[in-house]
Design a protein around this ligand. Structure first.
Ligand SMILES: Cc1ncc(COP(=O)(O)O)c(C=O)c1O
Length: 325
């Protein structure tokens, strides 16, 4: 794997530009480690300074390790009730890490509280709010199936649940990730007929998500509960989420190495910064080679738009019957 650091740095700067509202950078940016899995690159981005701040971590063990390496301000964005994970979280917090855990259920809060029993300070939690778009009474579900927490009232119930364990946990954060905006290109050459629908889903979702997030923030305010962190967005939606006053920060990562998925978006533009040098191991026919391996497939709905694109030699194309991965 080869990273073009100049292209990478340009993407780091571009991402910041999408946060400008009335000329001002509107939010902090939390770097998603699931998308940039190289500690040296994480460090490089964080060193570039404001608005980059903190990491959105993928797993408890990863968060614990990153904390041990000196990374600060960690948000573990994927709920877990696995005992070994909660032990890792506790160990990191006991060692002084600033680590916040995502929860999406009463049971998740209880498990976290159990793991923190007797700790010197409570564990900060954040509630994961499902931001998918549900139409026709839930018959049509657009977006990821992320969390059973779907409304301000649901958030209120979790605030009540957390209030039972004041020594162990503090539910003072929220996150609502609009995957159906961030993960959906509207200029997809492989789905030309779907593009107008994608545009519509985006427009509806941006409004729906903004309203939902405002209601969640209001629920905290109504109860005089501190909302220290409210995270939203992803690379594909930063320019929309930047306008939402209730969000304290946005998460992004994949735009920095830039999968080709973003070639098919009208609202954000990055340049490929991650390359894979592959060995051509076979040449079965004139004009064909088979390569070993092939790079990462972007996450989301599987399809050709998520695949790496051959760069050199110029004119190389993937055959339809085989992909990369
Ligand atoms: C919680 C959360 N926020 C943001 C993102 C977007 O990440 P990226 O900008 O790396 O695409 C994701 C991606 O899955 C996510 O799970």
């Amino acid at each position: 794997m080869v990273v073009d650091l100049e292209a990478f740095d340009r993407n780091v700067a571009r991402l910041v530009e999408y946060l400008r509202v009335d000329g001002r950078v509107s939010k902090a940016l939390r770097l998603a480690t699931k998308s940039v899995r190289v500690p040296a690159l994480l460090e490089r981005v964080l060193k570039s300074g404001v608005p980059y701040k903190g990491l959105m971590c993928y797993s408890a063990e990863e968060a614990r390790w990153l904390a041990s390496q000196g990374f600060k301000d960690l948000l573990l964005a994927y709920p877990t009730v696995q005992e070994s994970d909660l032990r890792a979280v506790r160990a990191a917090v006991d060692a002084g890490a600033s680590l916040r855990l995502m929860v999406d259920s009463k049971e998740g809060i209880e498990r976290a509280a159990q793991a923190m029993r007797g700790a010197a300070r409570p564990l900060d939690l954040a509630v994961d709010v499902d931001a998918s778009l549900r139409l026709l009474g839930g018959l049509v579900h657009l977006g990821v199936r992320r969390s059973p927490v779907r409304s301000a009232a649901d958030v209120g119930r979790l605030l009540d649940a957390a209030a039972k364990f004041p020594r162990e946990v503090r539910l003072t954060g929220a996150m609502a990730y609009e995957a159906q905006v961030a993960g959906l290109g509207d200029r997809n050459p492989f789905k030309k007929l779907v593009n107008p629908v994608a545009k519509l889903i985006r427009a509806l979702s941006v409004r729906h998500v903004a309203r939902l997030r405002a209601e969640v923030a209001e629920e905290f305010r109504r109860r005089s509960a501190p909302l220290e962190l409210f995270n939203g967005g992803g690379t594909g939606s930063v320019n929309y989420a930047a306008h939402e006053g209730c969000l304290t920060e946005l998460s992004a990562g994949s735009g920095l190495l830039c999968s080709h998925l973003f070639d098919y978006y009208s609202n954000v533009h990055f340049e490929p910064a991650c390359f894979f040098a592959l060995q051509a191991t076979r040449a079965s026919d004139d004009g064909y080679v088979t390569c070993q391996g092939g790079g990462y497939v972007a996450s989301g709905e599987p399809g050709r738009d998520r695949l790496p694109v051959p760069h050199l030699p110029k004119g190389t194309k993937l055959v339809a019957m085989e992909g990369t991965g």
